[in-house]
Ligand binder design. Structure first.
Ligand SMILES: [Zn+2]
Ligand SMILES: [Zn+2]
Length: 287
């Protein structure tokens, strides 16, 4: 049975207002572990740990960390990135097989020396850096947020051991394992999924990563601020595709990180279905 960890951080904003309550039917499953940074939800058995400053400074510049401290969002940013680092560590230790990480601020617009777009620290980059220190060599990131992952690309641009496949607004490919795929406006779920099968699946299979990180944003959904025409049911289908690939190439080691998207109702619809897919629960299956 697949063991799934949920790493929950929520400090402000509308989109996660229905969480974790909307996950009530999932959190009581024996193969689901809930890690809580809120402390008073009543569901948590484990705590989310903030990322350490020592690790932060291996990815981000001291100057940038200082600037984030001045924003007033520093603590929330530490927990947002910390969930991803902890998820990777729990998987490495064999405690869970895959994870869904909630963030208040994350992830892919945070580079070595800059932050923007509600992303302060790059949780995936921090987790990958920590895993590499423990001997993990090859890792893959797939990014289905509607925007280009400029921060993640900044950090791993010349790292041949990190495959970075970003579905965004441009076509790009280089010989350092970086790929951008242009997603046109008014695309359909079927076209998007076909693009994933064509551009993501063969590359990640050939790359043979030990872990896959999925930067999951729902901002390309109809009515969202990055609307590209996707329906809300596209994302659970993506989860099934990516989970299937992770099962084939890296023993299911998959860390899903919440990125863009603003709608509260969409979050409450999509996220439980993705977690349900990760944990192989039947009840939320919308596919
Ligand atoms: Zn891109
Ligand atoms: Zn975005």
């Amino acid at each position: 049975m697949t063991r799934t960890g949920i790493f929950f951080t929520y400090f402000q904003g509308e989109r996660l207002r229905d969480f974790p309550q909307v996950l009530a039917g999932i959190l009581d499953k024996e193969n689901v572990s809930y890690y809580d940074a809120v402390y008073d939800s009543g569901y948590g058995l484990y705590y989310v740990e903030p990322v350490s400053e020592e690790l932060l400074l291996k990815v981000h510049s001291q100057n940038m960390v200082q600037r984030v401290k001045l924003t007033g969002d520093y603590e929330s940013a530490l927990y947002s990135a910390g969930g991803t680092v902890q998820a990777a560590n729990e998987i490495k230790q064999g405690k869970i097989d895959n994870a869904f990480v909630f963030t208040s601020f994350g992830d892919h617009h945070a580079g070595r020396n800059f932050y923007q777009g509600m992303c302060y620290f790059n949780g995936a980059a921090l987790a990958i850096t920590a895993l590499k220190e423990k001997g993990v060599r090859r890792l893959a990131i797939v990014d289905t947020d509607c925007h280009h992952a400029n921060g993640t690309r900044d950090i791993f641009a010349s790292d041949n051991d990190v495959l970075h496949i970003c579905l965004c607004h441009q076509d790009y490919i280089d010989n350092h394992s970086n790929v951008d795929v242009n997603i046109p406006y008014l695309t359909s779920d079927e076209e998007y999924l076909a693009t994933m099968w064509r551009e993501f699946v063969p590359r990640v299979v050939a790359f043979e990563p030990e872990y896959i990180f999925w930067e999951f944003g729902y901002d390309a959904t109809q009515g969202e601020y990055g609307d590209k025409g996707l329906t809300r049911d596209c994302h659970p289908k993506l989860a099934r595709l990516i989970k299937g690939v992770a099962g084939k190439v890296c023993q299911g080691r998959l860390i899903t990180i919440l990125c863009g998207g603003s709608g509260r109702a969409l979050a409450a619809y999509i996220i439980p279905r993705i977690i349900s897919c990760l944990a192989e629960l039947g009840s939320y299956r919308a596919i």
